[in-house]
Structures are given as C-alpha cells and as structure tokens.
Design a protein around this ligand. Structure first.
Ligand SMILES: Nc1nc2c(c(=O)[nH]1)N[C@H]1C(S)=C(S)[C@@H](COP(=O)(O)O)O[C@H]1N2
Ligand SMILES: [Mo]
Length: 455
C-alpha cells in the first residue's frame, strides 16, 4: 500500500516510560519477539493455531493422534462438581486478565486496570474483567453499614430520606445492559504516543447487565419537586469522594439507575458494591460508585470532577466543561495490536461499537486504511447505550494491510477519523477521543498500532 505512509515512521515511538531502554533497542534492531512474549494473548495464540492447522500438512497426523488416542480426561473420573463453590476460568486462560498500563505514570497506573478486549466475545464483560478506575483505590464496604441519602437545596425535597441497601432492594427493579466508558479512554492516542495493544488503547470500556431502581423512583419517594429541580449531584462514599452534576432530564427519562446488581450477582467491590449510579451513555466518572448522596439543585454544582478534571482544552485555549456524553465509537478487537497472524488465509475480524446517544446502526470495516469499506454483521439484538458486537470475514493475502472500523449510530453520527477530530479539538485534550483506530497487519503477520497520514 504505497498510498500510505505511517506519519511516525514504521514503528510509532513509544513513550519512554512504556518500554525499557533494552526493549526499545530490541524494537529498533528488528527483534520483535519480546512483543510476542509480552502481549500475545490466549486468543491470539488460538487464532494462530487455527490458521496453522488449516494450512500445514503435518497437522493431519497430529489431528489423528488426538482423535484416536483417548487422553486422561477420557479414561478417568473428573473432579467433584461441588469444587470450587465459585467457578473460575480455565487455567489455560490465565493470561486474559486486567492489566495496568506501563505507559502511564506510577500514580495513574495504580488508579486504572484495563479490560482485555482482545480476548472477549459478544457484548457482556465478565465481572472479573470489568475495567477498574478508582481514583483512590477500591473498598469492599459492609452493606449493613452502608446508607444512601437523598436531599436537596431549599425545599426541593419535601421528605429527605436515608436508605439502606435493603430498602432499595425491596423496590421494583429493572435490569438493563449498558456500557461504561471512562472519558479518558484512548487518551494516549491524542499525541505522539502509542500503546501497543487494544487493552491499553480502548480497555477503559466495559458492558454489563445492571439491576437496580430508577433514581426517579427515589426522588418521587422523597417528594421531590420535579418541576423545580434542574440538576442532581451524586457523590461517592470512598476516599476520592467522586462527585458529579447530572442534568435532571436524564433522571426524568427513567434511564439513570441506582444499581446493586451486575451480570446477575451483586456488584463487584471494584465496581461500587453495594450501590452505584448508572448514567447510561455518560462518561464513566458520572457513574458514581459507593453512592452515598444524591442532592437536588437548580444550578450545576461545579464539583472538582467537572471543573478541575474532565474538562477539554480546546485549540483556542478555552476549557470545555460538562461534555459528558460519550460519542459514537468502535474498535477492532481482533486482530489487534500485539497479536500475530502466523499464516495467510481466512480470519474473523471482530470488534465492538457503542454510542452514548443510543443504538449502533451500522459498522463498516476497511482493510486498506479507509479507501474501501465493507459492511460488517452486527450481532442482534443491538441494545440501547450498550456495546454492539460486529464480525466480518477476511482473507489475508500475506501483504501489509490497514484494518479500521467506523461506526454509525441511530442518530446518524459517524465516527470521525483522527484527522477530523484533531481539526476541531486540537491536540491538547485528554478526554473524549472517539477517533477511528488503525491496526497495521505487517507482512510478517505482526499487528501494530499505527496512525495513517492521508495525502
Ligand atoms: N466513588 C467513586 N466513583 C467512581 C470513581 C471513583 O474513583 N470513586 N471513578 C469514576 C470513574 S473516573 C470511572 S471511569 C468509573 C469506572 O467504573 P469501574 O471502575 O466500575 O469500571 O467509575 C467512576 N465512579
Ligand atoms: Mo474515568
């Protein structure tokens, strides 16, 4: 593909604190094997084995051996069904775990664990793999000691109340599937910095079925003056005391939940046990974990998490505030950076798409850096403000290829290229990067995070 040149050379330089000096030297001298060791995931290994079996003759003999000889599991008694009481993944999947990004400073590293998107299927994030962003660590709070207060400025709330977890669980619940994405997801792709895998570029998005009570019910229960209130402030019980302003319109729609359930069981402690706010489509930070207080008001509250943090520095030097909606976005999760294709042939290209504005309508995939687009198949049913899964078959011919995905949501919003985004937003932002991601499949089969400079 001579039409394309990688703006930053063949390999985008990694931030100095991401790779060790020795590793950088290995990359520059063409030794890529350390990347395989560091980032190859279980699913990459499976991709590779599948392809190899389909194309190598020796595999026939191997297949016969495995089919004709009964291994130990076909001739002995299995383990007791009661063990372990709480099930765990196969030991062969031990590499598929949340990870902290070595590309971040020590303080930031300790505050976020990224979800391994490269090895996940469908749209539900297993609770043990949900990303974890905790500004001051997470806690396992005693639910019997936990309380949620609902109150308001002036006489906005006639009967302020303090609820126990049990009080909330006695109300009529709803269960809905929603994504949570940190506003800082994909932040390191703004500048001349690249991280090698989709776990670090996009691993601050996850999706669960949440069970809880619409916040609207609690406000009605407290006799809130819903005509007078314009904003709601939500606050966490942890040391970070995360707090955010939420417009009342979102609450009145019935979408905002006070949740206790996640994927059929209680919330995990990392994700806000025993109570968290779910604000569908709005950036992660508004989804207050360990929810201890709801306060109603008539003005935005101007909290630390919307005045000092989570603001966007625009090209004209102004700070953009209260940009909480997560715009339409998608990414190919496999093949993706750090994985290796061992042979030519058929692959399933798969990924996720989502939009804070509603449902995903369409995802197109390009294998030539955005020249030609092919409509991918969306897994049904496509849910509101949830991840959508797309799949599309692709035959790799062994030449360099540039894989991209572009999502369109039900409002017609089209995911922008990085160039389009930078034109409006400049390069000094941290949050809200929803640009199209490019993975280069090199002739060696190595997949890399690259950025295309279109002529
Ligand atoms: N109480 C509290 N709520 C919080 C946070 C926190 O540190 N404390 N982090 C916020 C941020 S920045 C994000 S992105 C999401 C992350 O949710 P998760 O850890 O369940 O993935 O929770 C939000 N709610
Ligand atoms: Mo976040």
């Amino acid at each position: 593909m001579s039409d394309y040149s990688n703006k930053r050379g063949r390999l985008r330089p990694a931030p100095e604190n991401f790779l060790t000096a020795e590793q950088i030297q290995q990359v520059q001298s063409g030794r890529r094997d350390f990347l395989r060791r560091t980032f190859a995931s279980a699913s990459a290994a499976m991709l590779a084995t599948g392809a190899a079996n389909a194309y190598a003759d020796e595999s026939v003999a191997k297949d016969e051996k495995y089919i004709l000889n009964k291994p130990v599991w076909g001739t002995t008694l299995g383990r007791p069904v009661s063990e372990p009481p709480y099930g765990m993944p196969s030991k062969y999947e031990a590499n598929l775990v949340r990870r902290m990004s070595p590309g971040l400073s020590a303080v930031s590293q300790a505050n976020v664990a990224f979800a391994p998107l490269q090895g996940m299927f469908g749209i539900i994030t297993p609770s043990g793999l949900h990303f974890n962003r905790s500004h001051q660590g997470w806690y396992d709070m005693d639910p019997s000691q936990f309380r949620l207060m609902v109150m308001g400025q002036g006489n906005l709330v006639r009967h302020p109340k303090v609820y126990s977890v049990g009080d909330i669980m006695r109300m009529q619940p709803v269960s809905r599937i929603h994504f949570i994405e940190c506003g800082a997801n994909t932040a390191m792709e703004w500048g001349n910095v690249s991280v090698p895998t989709v776990q670090y570029t996009h691993g601050m998005v996850s999706c669960s079925e949440f069970t809880g009570v619409p916040l609207l019910h609690l406000l009605q229960d407290c006799g809130a003056n819903l005509d007078g209130v314009r904003f709601v402030m939500a606050e966490g019980a942890d040391g970070a005391h995360e707090n955010r302003t939420i417009p009342i319109s979102l609450v009145l729609s019935g979408e905002v939940l006070v949740a206790y359930g996640q994927n059929g069981e209680m919330l995990r402690p990392e994700n806000g046990y025993p109570l968290r706010l779910i604000v569908p489509g709005v950036e992660g930070v508004s989804n207050i974990k360990y929810l201890r207080r709801i306060k109603l008001g008539t003005e935005p509250f101007g909290t630390k998490d919307e005045v000092l943090n989570y603001v966007d520095l625009m090209p004209d030097g102004k700070l953009r505030q209260y940009t909480s909606l997560m715009e339409c976005k998608s990414v190919i999760t496999s093949p993706s950076g750090g994985q290796v294709l061992l042979d030519k042939g058929l692959y399933n290209v798969t990924g996720i798409a989502w939009s804070g504005r509603g449902r995903i309508k369409r995802v197109d995939v390009s294998f030539d850096g955005g020249v030609n687009w092919h409509r991918a198949r969306l897994e049904e049913p496509v849910q509101n403000k949830a991840l959508a899964r797309f799949n599309i078959p692709w035959v790799w011919n062994g030449k360099s290829a540039f894989l991209q995905s572009r999502a369109v949501d039900e409002t017609g919003f089209v995911q922008p290229t990085l160039q389009q985004l930078v034109k409006v937003r400049g390069l000094r932002s941290i949050y809200h990067n929803n640009a199209i991601q490019t993975w280069q499949v090199e002739e060696t089969g190595d997949v890399r995070n690259v950025e295309l400079a279109h002529s």
